[in-house]
Design a binder for this molecule. Structure first.
Ligand SMILES: [Zn+2]
Length: 75
């Protein structure tokens, strides 16, 4: 499993939020626990089909790490 980076802005670990339904379209989010960070778009989201939460988890982690890599470049 891909390693989940801490938030580059505040250094805290982000949290997952799920709307995981047994059928149809589901929704997952990975966002910083700091409200100000969330306001600064320290969040990524993904929609996925029911039963694909594992794949969605990996997608979220990849997106988060990409976002954090970008944050890092801006300094
Ligand atoms: Zn943060």
């Amino acid at each position: 499993m891909t390693e989940l980076k801490n938030c580059q802005t505040c250094g805290q670990q982000p949290e997952f939020y799920w709307r995981d339904y047994t059928s149809g379209s589901c929704f997952g989010e990975l966002k910083c626990i700091d409200r100000e960070c969330i306001a600064q778009r320290c969040r990524v989201s993904v929609s996925y089909g029911a039963g694909s939460q594992k794949r969605a988890t990996n997608r979220l982690i990849e997106q988060w790490n990409e976002l954090m890599a970008k944050e890092n470049q801006h300094g």
